[in-house]
Design a protein around this ligand. Structure first.
Ligand SMILES: [Zn+2]
Length: 370
């Protein structure tokens, strides 16, 4: 297997501003470094380098996306706002979305990195691709940034695949712990893109974003699937979600290309999530989507990095993903997997199963399993 790793040092130079968790900085709230800082991504790259895994991948240096690429998804007013703020002193693009000076060019590079991942896979230069970029994209909506995201990287790369490369049907599996509201908004009435989001119920964005009942509109009805899992969900809940909803939905949709919005923030220990996944869960989910891609679309799959904010543990959640993508073991002990092996076995609780079954029914996949 040839895996493309899309990486550019300048992506790590994006300034995401100051941050204080769920509270706005100001007044009595002391500013701190943004959770979306380069450290988690750098440590992933460092572990890939240190274990020798990078040497077995095809490292691709991306180019910036063009304004034409961006305008397939975002409004001209929003693009102008990003350019203006970036050209001045930076500013706030939306809830928890900041941009520093020069951030426009770096956000273009992050979108361009995702496009490069698509091109690597569609031209046959690689069998699959991992886009290790920032700023992330899945919260960015057509007319505004949100949640550390400036441009909707996956949506932009999906439109590139459709318009420039003739791909028709695209599926997005978003396992970031937060709702993929941006991806959902970009394709809500579009039957050509299946947007599936597994996320922690009520985490971010607030206000009911990513409820089971949000299934698409107009011609796109049924092409949006939401699995708002309860806080505390782990192996059993995610496996049930995949086996009963995600994988049957992919089989029914028959995509020509699959994206994974690969957040690592459903990992145990993440400061911005309350889920319980460990390295072996990310391995299992990666195998599941790779198998689906092989079965449905000639293996064409692009992983695009989203969240994941525990700097020490993120590399050990990412490692099994890369082992599965490349088909090559790293040869090191996964110390986080060893730590989590001591936890009590994960069981599927009734309140978790109820969400999975509700999503299954809302997706029209039946509810005959009890
Ligand atoms: Zn996230």
């Amino acid at each position: 297997m040839t895996t493309a790793l899309i990486w550019h040092e300048k992506l790590m130079w994006f300034d995401a501003g100051t941050f204080a968790g769920p509270m706005p900085v100001g007044g009595w709230v002391q500013p701190g470094e943004s959770s979306e800082n380069p450290e988690t991504k750098r440590r992933i790259k460092n572990l890939l380098d240190a274990t020798g895994m990078t040497a077995h991948m095809k490292v691709i240096t991306p180019a910036r996306a063009s304004d034409t690429d961006i305008l397939r998804v975002h409004s001209p007013d929003y693009l102008a706002k990003v350019k203006t703020m970036s050209g001045a002193y930076g500013g706030q693009l939306g809830v928890s979305a900041f941009i520093g000076p020069g951030g426009y060019e770096l956000a273009l590079l992050s979108a361009g990195a995702t496009i490069a991942g698509v091109d690597a896979v569609l031209t046959g230069a690689a069998d699959n691709a991992y886009v290790l970029s920032r700023p992330p994209g899945h919260h960015a909506e057509p007319s505004g940034g949100m949640g550390f995201c400036v441009f909707a990287n996956i949506a932009i790369a999906a439109r590139h695949a459709q318009v420039d490369r003739g791909v028709e049907r695209i599926a997005v599996v978003d396992w970031d712990v937060h709702h993929g509201n941006g991806t959902q908004a970009c394709f809500y009435d579009d039957p050509s893109v299946l947007a599936i989001s597994l996320h922690e119920n009520g985490n971010f964005p607030r206000g009911g974003s990513g409820a089971v009942e949000q299934t698409g509109a107009g011609a796109g009805r049924g092409a949006t699937i939401n699995l708002p899992l309860p806080p505390g969900s782990g192996t059993a809940a995610y496996r049930a979600a995949f086996e009963r909803v995600v994988l049957p939905a992919l089989s029914r949709f028959r995509p020509d290309l699959i994206f994974v919005a690969c957040g690592l923030d459903a990992g145990n220990n993440d400061p911005l999530g309350r889920m319980m996944l460990g390295p072996e869960d990310f391995r299992w989910m990666t195998r599941a989507v790779l198998d689906a891609a092989r079965r449905l679309c000639g293996g064409r799959i692009v992983f695009a990095h989203e969240g994941g904010y525990s700097a020490p543990t993120a590399p050990f959640l990412a490692l099994p993903i890369f082992e599965e993508l490349t088909g090559r073991p790293s040869g090191i002990e996964n110390i986080m997997a060893a730590r989590m092996a001591g936890l009590p076995p994960s069981v599927l609780f009734p309140h978790q199963e109820a969400v999975v079954e509700a999503a299954r029914t809302a997706a029209g996949l039946g509810s005959d399993r009890h």
